[in-house]
Each structure stands twice: as structure tokens, then as C-alpha cells.
Design a protein around this ligand. Structure first.
Ligand code: MG
Length: 369
């Protein structure tokens, strides 16, 4: 059993808890600078009730409700609170995973004597007593379902999905509640007629299995780590169109990234190799501080190498993308943008694993076909 803790409107709740004057009033947290020209980082439940949500331009939010309270985001404060909650959860002496800045997972398997619902209540009570903010808890056999459960009765929810209510719960849960299905993927599947999580289960029962979470620190480490992962391709003819060349770099980057993720690896160094009649063999690499296994990011790094070193547009005949500087994946994304991308990537991997490689690839790679 996994117990997933998801803080309710985390950034906004922290601001409300610190400044009681704001309590219950529609409130948004936005970037510093001009409050009319930024986007909503977080909205409290009073603002959500008006239809205001994160990602919305603040201008639009103010047009919905002109007396909206505004607080500039204070990342350090949120990270600090997050770390304090993590410390509190450590006190339960269970395997613990820091899933994101406002999400935490406890692994209850092997602790059959624990009553998961009582434990969930205790965790919620302790968080509220210490920080004056609420959390929603979801409990289920794996992290995907536990995370879904945490979303179903927000705010201040406590939801258990087990065999007795599995079908009934999934029938009531719209597909976009599921991790990775909030954006395009969800829209693609909804257009195919899959409206609820139950519809997805009927089509892909395995989707909801085998999500043990990331607790096992030794998983994948027994095998030797490769030195590099690479893919290359020789084009049918010389190519000069930079958009097509970039599309190929993107596709090769996605292929490399998929292999990195399959082996639970990340990379800091990207090497780009190009071959053409004017440039001969061209190769250069750059090392970055932040490790990645995201095809988009690898592609951006490779294109930077190309645009720095090749000023005009030479003819290109062959392209190779290599990732070096590999380490086992332990990086936890902090910024919401990164977290969204990770959820998206995990969903894409599951779909591509199920339907065959490359069913869903970024639109730009269509130029390679
Ligand atoms: Mg949350």
C-alpha cells in the first residue's frame, strides 16, 4: 500500500496561514514584478471557486474578480515548509519519497499491522497542527492510484481505493485527474472516447499495475552503468533546411532520452556529431550542471552546440546525439514546470511502451517523415 500526501493549494495556503488577514479571501500567488503582467502560480480555494487557476494570466484573473488578493511568490519559504513537512513525515519511520515540493509518499507494504486510514488521519492532523495548512491523502496499492485518490476529495480529503471500491471510484474519476493526463495526452485519449479512468482501465488494464514508486534506492544499480547512450542517422540526401535538421536532432534526442529513462539514468553531457560535404566530421560537447533525461532538454542543449559553432547553414548528411556523464537518476524536480514535464514524460513512456515505440512523439519530429 502507498499513502500519497498532496498539500492543498500549497503556496496559497502557506500565505494564508502566515497572514490571517488573507484567510478565506480569493488569493493568488504570482511572480514578482508587475502583478498585472504575470501568471498565477497558485490560487487558493476561494479563488478556484471563481474559476481562477494556476497558469492563468493574472490580467485574466483580475478581470474575473477585481479585488483579488495578490502575494508575490517566495520560493524559499515554500521549499523550507516542504522540507519541514518531510521531516515531520520521517517521524512515521516508513519508507518515504519526496515526490515534489508539495507531494510525499509513504510505503506501507510490509507493515500489515498499520491501519492505513487511521495513519492518514494522523498525518493530516499533525500537518495541520504544525503548519496550519491542510493536506489531502490518497491510499491505494501503487503510487499512480494513490496519487489519483489524493485528488478525488480535495481539499482536506482522505480517500482509499481498494478492491471493494475500485470500479466505482474509477468510474467517477474523470481521466484528466490521472497523473500525466491533464494536458494533451488526456485530450488525445478523451477524443478517442475515453472519458473516465475506468474507460482507460477497460482499454489498458495493465496501466494501473506495476507502479511501485521510487522507494527502492537499489533498483537498477546492480548492473553496470553504461558510459554513453547515443543514436545517429544518415539522411537520404544532403539537407540544408535548419528546421528539418532540428527535427532530426529532436527525434534522436527523444530516442536517447527514452533509453536513458529505461535504464533509470540521467546525463549532464550532450555531444553532437554532424557530417556534411563542407564541414566533414564535426563534433562538440557541452556539460551542464543539471542532469536530464528529457528529450526536449537534450535537444535544446544539442541545438545550442550547433548554433554556437556553425554560423551559416552548411549541408548536413548525418547526425548523431550522444549523452555522456551518466549517473543513476536521483534528481527531484522542484519547479512546477519541471514536475508537469516529468508527469507528461512518464505518461508518454507508458503509452509508447504499450503501443510500440514512437506512437506519441513531439509534433516537430513529423518533419523527419
Ligand atoms: Mg498539491
Amino acid at each position: 500500500m502507498i499513502l500519497h500526501v498532496d498539500m492543498d493549494a500549497f503556496f496559497a495556503s502557506i500565505e494564508e496561514a502566515i497572514n490571517p488577514r488573507l484567510k478565506g479571501k480569493p488569493l493568488i500567488v504570482g511572480s514578482r514584478g508587475n502583478r498585472m503582467h504575470t501568471v498565477v502560480c497558485a490560487a487558493n480555494y476561494a479563488a478556484k471557486a471563481l474559476g481562477i487557476h494556476s497558469g492563468m494570466p493574472t490580467k485574466r484573473a483580475y478581470s474575473i474578480y477585481s479585488k483579488l488578493e495578490f502575494v508575490a511568490a517566495d520560493q524559499a519559504k515554500y521549499i523550507w515548509t516542504s522540507e519541514q513537512i518531510f521531516e515531520l513525515l520521517k517521524g512515521f519511520k516508513l519508507p518515504l519519497n519526496y515526490a515534489s515540493i508539495d507531494e510525499f509518499q509513504l510505503d506501507l507494504s510490509g507493515n500489515g499491522h498499520l491501519n492505513p486510514v487511521s495513519l492518514g488521519k494522523e498525518i493530516k492532523a499533525q500537518i495541520y497542527a504544525n503548519f496550519n495548512i491542510s493536506a489531502s491523502v490518497g491510499i491505494a496499492k501503487n503510487w499512480l492510484l494513490a496519487k489519483l485518490a489524493s485528488k478525488l476529495n480535495k481539499p482536506d480529503g482522505l480517500t482509499l481505493i481498494d478492491d471493494s471500491n475500485f470500479e466505482q471510484t474509477l468510474r467517477k474519476a474523470s481521466l484528466d485527474k490521472l497523473c500525466g493526463m491533464g494536458g494533451k495526452n488526456g485530450q488525445i485519449l478523451m477524443a478517442k472516447g475515453l472519458k473516465t479512468c475506468w474507460d482507460l482501465y477497460l482499454n489498458l488494464p495493465g496501466f494501473f499495475d506495476n507502479n511501485p514508486g521510487k522507494f527502492d534506492e537499489d533498483s537498477g544499480k546492480s548492473s553496470e552503468k553504461p558510459k554513453s547512450v547515443s543514436h545517429s542517422y544518415t539522411l537520404p540526401k544532403n539537407q540544408i533546411n535548419p528546421q528539418v535538421i532540428q527535427a532530426w536532432i529532436r527525434l534522436l534526442s527523444e530516442m536517447v532520452a527514452t533509453r536513458l529513462r529505461q535504464q533509470n539514468l540521467t546525463s549532464t553531457t550532450v555531444h553532437l556529431w554532424l557530417n556534411g560535404p563542407e564541414i566533414g566530421d564535426f563534433g562538440a560537447q557541452r556539460t551542464h550542471q543539471t542532469p536530464t533525461n528529457d528529450g526536449y532538454e537534450i535537444c535544446q542543449r544539442a541545438i545550442k552546440i550547433m548554433s554556437k559553432l556553425l554560423k551559416d547553414h552548411p549541408k548536413i548528411r548525418a547526425i548523431g546525439v550522444t549523452c555522456r556523464g551518466l549517473s543513476w537518476n536521483s534528481y527531484q524536480p522542484l519547479l512546477s514546470e519541471e514536475i508537469r514535464r516529468e508527469g507528461l514524460i512518464q505518461a508518454l513512456d507508458r503509452i509508447n511502451n504499450r503501443f510500440g515505440d514512437g506512437v506519441i512523439y513531439p509534433a516537430i519530429t513529423a518533419l523527419t517523415r
